[in-house]
Design a protein around this ligand. Sequence first.
Ligand SMILES: O=C(O)[C@H](O)[C@@H](O)[C@H](O)[C@H](O)CO
Length: 404
Amino acid sequence: MLPPPRKKEDKTLKITEIKTFVANAYRTNFVFVKLYTDEGITGVGEGTLEYKEHALLGAVEDLKGYLLGKDPRRIEEHVFHMYRDSYWRTGPVLMSAISAVEMAMWDITGKYYGAPVHALLGGPVREEIELYANGWFAGARKPEEFAAKARAAVEKGVRALKWDPFGSAYLTLERREFAESIDCVAAVRDAVGGDVELLIEGHGRLNVETATRMARALAPYGPMFFEEPVPPDNLDALAEVHRRSPVPIAAGERIYSLAACREFLQKGCADFFQPDPSHCGGILAVKKMAAMAEPYYVSVAPHNPSGPVANAACLQLAGATINYAILEIMLTDVSWRRELTDEMVEFRAGKIHVPNRPGLGVELREEACRSHPFQPVYLRHYNGVLTDIRPEGKHTAYYFQNFD
Ligand SMILES: O=C(O)[C@H](O)[C@@H](O)[C@H](O)[C@H](O)CO
């Protein structure tokens, strides 16, 4: 229930300062945005966009002229203006900047009204959400290594595992590469048994024919979905694979506008739609996209491999979105992830609790962010070092506070 407005509702609340923080992490640098107001309430957002951190910081800088002095509770209005008045609209950089400040405005609004964001978004619809793990495989290269790491994650209570078994392939797979990918899936299925969900990540790498053949070869292993089977720039190709695939298809992390969402849904591209609240325009954009997906009977499973603020936004969306299917969680990160915020993720029996703290429920520790400055990270999907992006020993199993 929405709490009654506070007495000073008529008072203006103004954004007085906008700061950005970049903190180096496991597979990326987290990019956080913090908004300050004249009432002393602050809000945090995250636009983490690996390989484009500097461009993102510049895009946030460009939004300052519009945002400073504005009331952060007028979220829809501000997003409309930041989007329309950019003229060169959409694209991951601009949309991630808008997303980060949008999230921070939700955080402030929730704190102002003393309510968690999901209570202001039409929720709650659930108190906890099923998760699937990403990053559980860090360091594995051979099928038996993936199998051992999968077994370890399942022993910790994880019930769904995502990974990319396609090595350095792009567009086509040689006969040997094709067989190795399937061997890896078979080894993991064999290790975890029939009750655990397997989610196969394609990172947009195959052509229609190869992806279709792969989908058919994956079918005996019963994956929950095959993600981004083809590159993201041809939705007709994706729809074609979806029509011909015997297994469910997921995609959408590289959809940045309601217009692209419309095309994605109308063309029948997937069973699971994966907009990212750090890239598609923010929390309300995901909520709108989820509503657009509802009459197509498409579920949303937002892309969420980034940092603690993005994760908090996804959790709030999960709490208020009826067709939110499953929450992505990175099981591996740097050991200092826990220092960067006061993130408190309650994990129990394969599910995560939706937090009830006002706003997004997570605070940035500015000093800790400053002690882990930017370091370049490089895309590794097509160069054969998919699973090991830091020198051996630098990544750590990032298990949530009460991961048992
Ligand atoms: O579905 C996912 O979680 C993503 O695709 C991630 O794997 C990264 O965003 C991608 O690797 C780009 O760095």
